[in-house]
Ligand binder design. Sequence first.
Ligand code: UD1
Length: 363
Amino acid sequence: MKILTVIGARPQFIKAIALSHAVASTEGVEEVLLHTGQHYDDNMSAVFFRELGLAEPKYRFDLGGGSHGHMTGKQLSAIEDALVSERPDVCLVYGDTNSTLAGALAAAKLHVPVAHVEAGLRSFNRRMPEEVNRVLSDHAATWLFAPTQTAVENLAGEGIKGDRVQLVGDVMYDVARLVIDNPARRTDIVRRLGLEGRPYVVSTLHRQETTDDPARLVAILDALAETAKVMPVILPLHPRTRKTLAGLPQAEKAASVLTMTEPLGFFDMASLLAGARLVVTDSGGLQKEAFFHKVPCVTVRDETEWVELLQLGWNRLPESFDVQGIRTAIAGALASAPGNAGEPYGDGHAAKHILRYLMQTCK
Ligand code: UD1
């Protein structure tokens, strides 16, 4: 069986390592990696290949930046050419980025079966580019690998059901266990940032709905600045957020009391999370990684796809997007004591379940 895997954005490099490991230890399967180049900075892309030992992609394009339509269109055309020359048995895509949609659409049009990993997530907010990508990728997919029961139900609600929907758990949990099960793999980032023995907050902000809304961004930063009076707040900055902040004088004062860093590699981020008191983020992946490390989280968005964590008390959304609303959510999360949560994201072997299913089905 030949799998052509499309990756392009930071979380996809991390997710891909789980399946790539499973492929490496399985006979009769070959994986060809295609990197669209949606993310291209060293600390947004290459660092993950180096650290996680992800193979050099056979196809590497330079198709990042620009508007959504422009980016997706360029990727669609390049992926189509690669699919035509590779003739894989399956085209595998992850998550909800423009690279995901381009891969799913290119393959579906060529009648190459599409496997969508992290299928069925919904925010029910069609203004998010990611929501459009997820819905369309799910509807183009042949096989849908859902991380949660909620995702399975979301798909059923759209008429996608039966054996082609498989509840396999979350590949990000597979990858998080590389550090959780092996504390020796932690880096010295906590010491490097002078945080040893101190409580601290880890925050990331990169979503378009955050960065394109100055009032919201400033309210979040002001709330983080209040928190920084009590404990340090570490903010690794996505390149877009860095650009936005550079043109936003209202954010300068708050930003000056936060500890801003460059985007972090996988092991630095996991090591930082392992010792954190709280996570404040608009990222989908970080919400779950916080939970894997048993750190409470405030998600600074109007809604989240990972509703299990709200129900379990490990995550909360602000009731309003002014400073007070965000501070209240932060105070609530710091005071909370969520209990033992079980395993809402599977058994940590999602990649193996995916590969087994594909090898049985894709003949
Ligand atoms: C994308 C995904 C989002 C995912 C996120 C992970 C879409 C629609 N969104 O969002 O689901 O959570 O990746 O990080 O696909 N930039 C650089 N260097 C880079 C990468 C980006 O400077 O290496 C800048 C560019 O100006 C770019 C902007 O950041 O235009 C946004 O990047 P883009 O890939 O469009 O979206 P993300 O916000 O990263």
